[in-house]
Design a protein around this ligand. Sequence first.
Ligand code: CA
Length: 221
Amino acid sequence: MIVLVVEDEVRLATSLVKGLNEDGFTAVAVGTGEQALARASAGGLRAIVLDLGLPDGDGQTVIAEIRRSSDVPILVLTARDAIDQRVRALDSGADDYLVKPFAFEELLARLRATLRRAEPTTPRRLRVGDLELVTGEPLVKVGARSVMLSPRERALVELLVGRLGEVVSRREILRDAFGYDFDPGTNLVEVHVAHVRRKLAGARLQIETLRGYGYRAREVT
Ligand code: CA
């Protein structure tokens, strides 16, 4: 299984490939988004390390295109530390990001963490009232009704239901459910909570807002 490095700066690409190969990965590099898409569609990739500033367009478009057919872990490299670029990359489906310049050890640590998160974990069955879900599965049951959740909605519900009765902060939701280690400064959490409330309407599960603290899931009896 190959780690694909997508980077147009030849010296950086060469040193990343060398370092990754020395650390037990099999890495290859390409320099354009078009080559990245061709290589990704051929399959067999374990992860992609992708520079966002590519000569043939924004790396964000490449991420969105890859995500149409693959859930291969994508670690993004960005020269600009503009927060909106990172947010857009994560929204397009990137798993994590690194701001240039970075230490190679940092890249290795992020890559390993991303690969660990991508590994399937043993599914757990969670039940609250008439709500039943299996972790990692998009369909949840509310009584006899099946409800389809998006990956982020599912992660949010799993987090809140997994900590039933506890207050979960907005920061914890961003980090543990959405994978952000910074605050994107948007109403991402509020929007997803609203979606989930609407989709699970009628379930014997309530998601309470505790203003200034966070959210709490509890069973409605
Ligand atoms: Ca570049």
